[in-house]
Design a binder for this molecule. Sequence first.
Ligand SMILES: [Zn+2]
Length: 54
Amino acid sequence: MKCACPECKNDIDMSKYPKAAVSHVIECNTCGILLEITKIENGNVETEIVDEGK
Ligand SMILES: [Zn+2]
């Protein structure tokens, strides 16, 4: 699977998340932001930034 961070535009290492699924929260290994998976399609993972209310 492949996922580009919407914040820093780097690719996220999805090998850390072998069970990734929609609604799972993952962390960008480059900038550390939390992202919720919104869609997985054809090996591409779409995410949105998790708002922690900071
Ligand atoms: Zn990032």
